[in-house]
Design a protein around this ligand. Structure first.
Ligand SMILES: [Zn+2]
Length: 468
């Protein structure tokens, strides 16, 4: 067999997923993700390892930026092939890529202005990484395929998309290469979701494959305290009602916002919290929620039943979608207990900053974190207990109550990663551990070897393997 696999991203890091498969005269890229970790940002500007015009197709696991966010640059540099993904991933990626392109353009313009004013040059060119026009061109290449339906990529390469249970539309992709009467299969895990979570199906499992490329975000940890999200949220909402202040929720637009709505709907139905006005103040979250509404068939049985009985988490009493900036500003006048859910999820930009300005210094208010807050972000500062924080150029004392609900992760933990692999009935030739910081990936490699005896490796950035 003559198959080459090169790791162009998410190798000893969690962002920039890009795996290059070369076989049978074709070059296929699995994911085309943006680097988001500060130390690796310069890699977004490096030329692609292969000529984008020589690339035959891109297979996309899901719509998170660290998996699809560099697609517009690939298209700008000459890629014209198919972008194969599930229909829901296509619909969500369109929204996310256009938003990302707009931010790239705005950031470049802002940096240019600032550098001129300060008479200096930054480390990267003051041009956008890609433009809205590039994003629009890449969207035209989307070629949606359903789950569990083998698709012919070309020259004896076939790909099948399986539900990853991570976000709506997310997939694991099994690539099968046929050469001279022989076949080899590689399962690309994408981001692996979790079992028994609300809304989404459990992650698909595989019985046989020759090679596995799998994520290890939480390869060295077990999630604690899951299953009590509704109790924690009920307590937070009821105590905010007693205090008479607003509840501000910084949230990611994809999956996390919809999950928060799921729990609010459940608690309201069970009369564990009062009926409350809930404002989604994020145009992107609203658009993505619309996509969720249109794929009701892909949810788990419990969620489908909820929708059938007319108790949609995306349409409960009190839920309001805030479309315009004027409507968003009008929320400033509200005193009393309402919930405002806005982006960005780590408070680094977006409308959440305005709501923090208006509420963070009021002791009767509550700020609730429902997701991971990276080092160096405003969200992390608040979560770490800063007494005052700088927002929009001014120091603001933190007097609001700060809460954190831990149970929301969309990634399998160490035990769930092992569970996912344990469904294999034969030992794979080699397991590549990717999409985890070096410590997490190496720790999972060692655990896997200890528990199963499987041959496993943590590839380096740019490392190429010849698969037999
Ligand atoms: Zn993801």
């Amino acid at each position: 067999m003559d198959i080459s696999l090169t790791f162009m991203g998410a190798a000893r890091g969690v962002t920039g997923s890009r795996y290059l498969v070369e076989a049978n005269g074709l070059t296929v890229l699995v994911d085309c993700g943006l680097y988001q970790e500060r130390e690796f940002l310069s890699r977004n500007w490096e030329p692609f390892r292969c000529r984008p015009s020589d690339l035959h197709a891109v297979l996309l696991t899901h719509a998170h930026l660290d998996h699809c966010g560099l697609l517009p640059k690939l298209v700008n540099e000459g890629f014209r092939g198919r972008v194969i993904c599930t229909p829901a991933t296509a619909d969500i990626a369109k929204i996310i890529l256009l938003d990302s392109a707009k931010i790239q353009e705005e950031d470049a313009a802002y940096k240019k202005k600032r550098h001129i004013r300060e008479g200096r040059k930054g480390p990267y060119p003051e041009i956008p990484l890609y433009t809205v026009a590039d994003a629009e061109a890449s969207i035209k290449l989307f070629d949606p395929v359903e789950y569990n339906t083998p698709v012919n990529v070309g020259n004896g390469i076939e790909a099948t998309f399986h539900d990853a249970g991570h976000v709506l539309g997310s997939s694991m992709i099994k690539v099968v290469v046929s050469q001279g009467g022989e076949k080899r299969s590689i399962v690309f895990s994408g981001d692996i979701g979790r079992w028994d979570r609300p809304m989404l199906q459990d992650p698909d499992v595989f019985r046989r494959t020759d090679y596995v490329v799998m994520e290890s975000t939480y390869g060295d940890r077990a999630h604690k305290g899951a299953g009590v999200i509704d109790d924690e949220l009920a307590e937070i909402v009821n105590s905010a009602f007693r205090a008479g202040g607003n509840i501000i929720v910084p949230s990611f637009a994809l999956q996390r916002t919809q999950e928060v709505l799921y729990y609010l709907n459940k608690l309201t139905m069970e009369k564990r919290i009062p009926v409350m006005d809930v404002y989604i103040d994020s145009p992107m979250a609203i658009r993505i929620t619309e996509v969720y509404k249109s794929y009701s068939g892909q949810f788990d049985a419990e969620m489908r039943e909820l929708l059938r009985s007319g108790q949609s988490p995306f349409d409960f009493p009190g839920l309001k979608m805030v479309q315009t900036v004027e409507e968003s500003k009008a929320l400033n006048e509200i005193k009393g207990t309402v919930m405002i859910i806005a982006g960005s999820g780590m408070c680094t930009g977006g409308r959440i900053k305005h709501h923090l300005v208006n509420n963070i210094s009021r002791p009767e208010c509550t700020v609730v974190f429902v997701g991971y807050q990276a080092e160096g972000t405003l969200g992390r500062q608040i979560l770490d207990g800063a007494r005052s924080v700088r927002i929009h150029g001014q120091q603001r004392p933190v007097r609001a109550k700060i809460e954190h609900i831990h149970g929301f992760s969309a990634h399998a933990d160490r035990d769930e990663l092992l569970k996912w692999l344990s469904k294999l009935t034969a030992e794979p030739k080699l397991v590549f551990i990717t999409h985890g910081e070096a410590r997490a990936a190496e720790s999972f490699r060692d655990l896997l070897k200890e528990k199963t005896g499987y041959n496993a490796t943590v590839p380096e950035y740019g490392e190429e393997f010849h698969l037999e």
